[in-house]
Design a protein around this ligand. Structure first.
Ligand code: ATP
Length: 269
């Protein structure tokens, strides 16, 4: 429901082991976890701890998952909101929701705030957007005010996700705001194999299943698509009354997911 626009400081039990591939991105996020855990170690020599980072990459590649894992690894509460949730709001509500979110986060710090689809509120001024420009600008301005308002030792780290960094208002990317970018790409064959392994864990698979082959047969798939394939394959095998999910079930599931992706792309075009 839209009544609650953000996830309020929940504890998460997702860790880096749930995030497959993305080794470089994980490395960078690990450094940020260390800022949260040992702020004094860094400020001792006069350094300023970054306030946040922008996760940049296509949909379904694990940006939300990585942000949650960061909170899980640091064992701190996770707050999240999505830029697109602000699209339907009345004038003034967006800004007050942002204020509310940061107020609660300050009370629960150290913590992680995750803003998904930040481009929905952080588009460069004057470009056509879904939200009315005034309302979007109010929301964006409040976000900038909040980010500037807390010190780097406050124990709040903000991660934001986008697949359109090119449309973001440059004010968001200034030093002291989202001055770090972490790119999250679609997985290569090795990454896909690792992601398959994570999502095959709960599934009863046949001993003859060739995971490497599955990775080879799914070029262009994001992590979310692979999760989808694993689930579909289990349902297909179950419908056929099988004891374990085998290669042919995965082949059918891959075809089905490719069909779905093609449909989605047609609508976008
Ligand atoms: P969006 O931009 O659409 O919000 P996202 O990049 O935030 O997408 P997630 O929501 O993190 O993507 O990914 C969706 C699901 O896909 C995850 O919950 C997970 O099940 C699976 N997934 C995606 N990437 C990975 C990965 N690298 N390792 C394991 N699972 C993954």
């Amino acid at each position: 429901s839209k009544a609650q626009l953000f996830e309020k400081g929940t504890r998460v039990n997702i860790t880096f082991s749930d995030v497959a591939g993305l080794d470089e991105a994980k490395q960078e996020v690990m450094e940020i976890v260390d800022f949260l855990k040992n702020p004094k170690k860094y400020t001792a020599l006069g350094g300023k701890i970054p306030k946040g980072a922008l996760l940049v990459g296509p949909p379904g590649t694990g940006k939300t998952l990585l942000a949650k894992a960061m909170a899980g690894e640091a064992q701190v509460p996770f707050f999240s909101m999505s830029g697109s949730d602000f699209v339907e709001l009345f004038v003034g509500v967006g800004a007050s929701r942002v204020r509310d979110l940061f107020k609660q986060a300050r009370e629960k710090a150290p913590c992680v705030i995750f803003i998904d689809e930040i481009d929905a509120i952080g588009r460069a001024r004057g470009r056509n957007a879904i939200m009315s420009n005034d309302e979007r600008e109010n929301t964006l301005n409040q976000l900038l005010v909040e980010m500037d308002g807390f010190g780097t030792d406050s124990g709040i780290i903000i991660l934001a996700a986008t697949n359109r960094p090119d449309v973001l208002d440059s004010a968001l990317l200034r030093p002291g705001r989202f001055d770090r970018q972490i790119s999250i790409d679609r997985p290569d064959v090795k990454g896909r194999e690792a992601i398959f392994k994570v999502h095959l864990k709960p599934i009863k698979i046949s001993q003859t299943l060739d995971i490497h082959k599955l990775a080879e047969q799914t070029p262009g798939f994001a992590g979310a698509d692979i999760a989808n394939v694993c689930n579909e394959a289990a349902l297909i095998a179950a419908r056929k009354g099988k004891e374990a999910v085998d290669m042919s079930d995965f082949q059918d599931a891959i075809d089905r997911v490719i069909g779905g992706l093609e449909k989605k792309n047609k609508i976008i075009l």
